[in-house]
Design a protein around this ligand. Structure first.
Ligand code: CMX
Ligand code: CO
Length: 146
């Protein structure tokens, strides 16, 4: 079951410039940042609001760290902008199976590591009316990012 919008992923050419933009425009602050080598990104999470499942919703700002990663490819083709939406769930395997059982393709056969040791999978945008859709299960029982 999906219980929140976990984050909106935004492709950025310059992470620090985008962080500064959101700070100035809306007063959002970075609550977490990391490099995810597997995904090929440097990223920052900006917390927007708590959610009624006890977790929260974030903006995820993503800058590529190499030319062959998904974000670099997206920037080259489309420029900066909204890259994906991520739904939060307490069980990413079950949420993925619920989607794939309707004929949607998952990108990974098993969950991979996402922000703050979360478990993630993606649903193909061509099977989701043009929206790259991520499914996220937080690492800790409190179901929150650190
Ligand atoms: N949203 C919507 N459509 C997208 C898209 C996106 N983010 N990325 C690609 N597409 C579309 C393209 O426009 C293209 O459509 P057309 O054929 O009509 O032109 C089609 O999908 C294929 O695009 P592509 O440029 O050839 O890209 P790939 O197939 O190589 O990769 C995808 C697309 C989704 C498989 C790849 O981006 C991927 O594996 N994503 C999952 C991993 C990821 O996004 N990591 C970064 C975020 C990490 C995180 O959130 O923590
Ligand atoms: Co994401």
């Amino acid at each position: 079951m999906i219980t929140r919008i976990d984050h909106i992923g935004i492709a950025c050419r310059d992470l620090d410039a985008s962080i500064e933009f959101y700070r100035r425009a809306h007063g959002f602050e970075v609550v977490h940042s990391e490099v995810n080598e597997e995904q090929g990104v440097r990223e920052a999470m900006l917390r927007i609001n708590g959610t009624d499942d006890g977790a929260a919703s974030y903006l995820q700002l993503l800058e590529p760290i190499r030319d062959d990663c998904a974000i670099a490819k997206y920037l080259e083709k489309h420029g900066e902008g909204v890259h994906h939406i991520a739904f939060g769930t307490a069980d990413v395997v079950a949420a993925t199976e619920a989607a794939t059982s309707t004929g949607i393709r998952a990108l990974y056969p098993a969950p991979r590591r996402g922000t703050s040791n979360s478990s993630i999978n993606f649903l193909h945008p061509k099977d989701c009316h043009g929206v790259l859709t991520e499914l996220v299960q937080a690492a800790d029982p409190a179901d929150a990012h650190h």
